[in-house]
Ligand binder design. Sequence first.
Ligand code: NAG
Ligand code: NAG
Length: 313
Amino acid sequence: MKVLLVFIAILGVQKSVNGFSPIRSEQSKLDTGLRVINGGNTDTTRIINGQLAADRQFPFQLFVLIRSNAPLSLIFNVLGSCGGSIIHTNWALTAAHCIEPPSGPTDIRTYQLLAGSVNRGNARQSITVPSRHAFRHNGYNRDTLENDIGLFKVNLPLGFGFTFSDYIAPIELSNMTEAELVGKLLVVSGFGTTTNDRSGPASNQLYYTSLTAISKQDCLTAWRPTILPSTSFCVEDKTSTNLATKKASCAGDSGGPITYTFENGTKVQVGLVSFGSSLCNQYPDGYTLISLFLGWILEIQAANPISLLPIII
Ligand SMILES: *[C@@H]1O[C@H](CO)[C@@H](O)[C@H](O)[C@H]1NC(C)=O
Ligand SMILES: *[C@@H]1O[C@H](CO)[C@@H](O)[C@H](O)[C@H]1NC(C)=O
């Protein structure tokens, strides 16, 4: 079963098409999310079987809280959490399925981007992005998961965005094709859950792990008869076949970066977390292939210039 890796689902009705079943929201999970955010949870949930990230190791990593106010209320509830990556002073990448248009005029939707720390309680920058500055790819299809990519415009008053330092910095996007990626060792990072049955809370700490890109053919063999999106590529932990130790991304990692490091040390983002199996490490993970969307990113940026006005957003 192909599931989205958003921590708590934000989308409408339960459905299952071709064995694909996005995670849906449950009130109890919303409560869990809030508890963790308030720091009450001390467990070590993480990317499954991954390692704890060091400060400044992933300065481009974002933790994204999806918030909505209840109709006619000023209290913003957390609907879910995702990952993201900083690609520019004023722009961040995430998955399309982490962005959902408001359900109506009373549904005020915001995205809180937390940057600059491996402990999400200690973010060096916290930026609230309104719904109108969250751009979901027009070709996103929630049944097939084609074009699972979105952008946040980070337009603070006077045009300010992320404040770069050793702790907060952009990641370069890669034009590597799927064929170029196959066989390469990649690194994924995220604040997602670690229990492979996805029942645990999102992690307070940033974790990462190495996974190998595999061919679409090998991925389809594992997933058959489920049809995989053409805009994705797959990765897998080649070092283990044991579900107790096999590494994978899991719920809450959605939208976060997977990177490749060249021999000269240059690190580039090649994909973002899109989908996985309902038991997170059972089948290869699916990632949106960044190189297919470099033109789309430039188009969205050009069509939505940064405002230099002292507006309140
Ligand atoms: C990717 O970019 C590099 C450097 O800009 C270029 O040399 C290469 O041809 C590009 N590859 C593809 C597949 O577009
Ligand atoms: C590192 O290597 C990559 C791939 O060959 C190249 O695109 C990049 O420009 C190099 N970076 C530096 C700083 O030399």
